[in-house]
Design a protein around this ligand. Sequence first.
Ligand code: ZN
Length: 362
Amino acid sequence: MKDSIRIATVSNIPIELHISFWIPMVIVFLYSLLTDRMWIFAYVALLFLIVLIHEFSHSFVAKGYGVKIAKITLLPIGGIASMDQIPTDPRKEFHIAIAGPGINIVMATASYLILMLIPGGTENLFDISSYNSLVISNFIDFLQVFFRINLILGLFNLLVPAIPMDGGRVFRSLLAIRMGMDRATGFATGLAKIISIAMFFIGFLSGNIFLILISFFVYVGASQEGQAVILSGLLKNIKVKDIMSTDVISVKPQDTLSQFSDTIIENKHMGYPVINSNKVVGIITFSDLSKVPREQWDGVSLENVMSRNLITAGPETLVHDALILMISHKIGRLLVIEEGKLTGIVSKTDIIRMLDIMKLLK
Ligand code: ZN
């Protein structure tokens, strides 16, 4: 199911609004309209424009390092730039992470300098607790609000050292330069979990729902970050040819699904390449079979249900990259092709089994 809607594409990066974002925005809009305080909606819109600029700043630096940005998603608690891969070079991670809060600090400084030139511009500027600090009714208000949002966003993201927040990435990358990625990640994710639990209690006691949501986001993110690094550490330098199965059992496009079910029972694999006169024309899996009602199995041939979109790897592909390919295409196996010929098959199960063995022997 699609859980976010694309609203625009800027410099090849799609911008999407998550569904959890729509209802609060509609409520804010209607509330502003009905109470005749459109500045509330303007405030929220400005907040998310600034969040968007923050995410673009990360994205541009990442793109400079050759990282592909799949999309930027806006959620009620902030934005996320989905990157194909966070660089394992800590210096690059540092630059990408600091670019977000960095642009906020730059924008806060610029608006502060302009406000200093305007009579009364800096009056009550740092009073962020009162209702008046949110109201936008003229240009000075606008600049003041712009300053406050940028300052808070920049400092909050930079100074909380909880990965996957920016401050946590900065912290991890600085540690990693000294002690290597694995140990740095161990420290950083441990600290992030402690901070997220503290955030939860502070949020709970002060009734701050945003802090509670962010605490969950940080806790889950820190756990995933830890696992991803352990995984890529274990898989380092292992190639597809080291673990692929080479005795590939194939099926023919004109076989019926009944024949195919016999093949599955006999060989106990879940997926098979479909081969026609020495050429791979598709791939068929147990889940393709299970989508067709059993009484039709005799009359349906494999070419009608097989997948023709072949995702392949080479024998020299790193297992880590093969796994990412499978996860991003939501598939369970890759065909291994060398010079146009099928030489093997590698499945997620093969990789998980190998990881289990390696963890045991570590
Ligand atoms: Zn950021």
